[in-house]
Design a protein. Sequence first.
Length: 275
Amino acid sequence: MTLSRSDASRQLESAGLRAKRALGQNFVVDPNTVRKIARLANIEGHGHVVEIGAGLGCLTMALAETNADVTAVEVDDSLIPLLTENVGDLSNVRIVHADAMKIRWDELLAAGDEWALVANLPYNVATPLVADILDFVPPVKRMLVMVQKEVGERFCASPSTEAYGALSVKVAFYATARIVGLVPASVFLPRPNVESALVEIVRHSSPLDETINPQQLFSLVKMGFAKRRKMLRGAMAGRVTPEQFEQAGISPTARAEELSVHDWIRLAHVMKDSE
């Protein structure tokens, strides 16, 4: 069982509620879509799943149907009663009232060593949340996130493409990412003005290079992309010398978007060895 558009509308109206723009709320209210997401999450019959932004529980119900253990996180006080009414009686669902950007992940995920994360993420949360999980929450081994299409393309982008940026490098360092589906605006309540994408992010068994300090690596990457239209010799002037570019096998006339994650790792090693 899951909620239809009419079910969701009726519940919100009865509670005197509307979607909150400040929280980026667009509820998925199409049974076929939430079941597709649950299927693509590949969690059936086993595993621990954390859902961020459970809302009314539409996706939560579909995840629960797989018989996985679901931890549903919701920040909005006003939605907790409706979420509890819809999924509170399900034996394999735990509701947590918390802000995912401030949550203690070690406590939230204490029940298992390996987790999947499934979420419908608003624009303002998607990038920092996914980046933080990759950096600091290794028990989350894979993610299936529904995000604005442009954001999804940044997660998956390759060098020398318009969408490629510092976020793309971070994702590639920790994981592989691919868009596994597009989601039309018509399945949301209220209907957004943008198309959404389903992005699968699967963590590597270990980061691409465990000998490099990720903070130092991503500091370099961030500096390079801060002035992405400039050549690297200009964008990173004062920090990287021509000799260091040469040692790393990188042309100082290249731009940040031309460098793969492996190029950035080589440059970080050269900088480390020069300290």
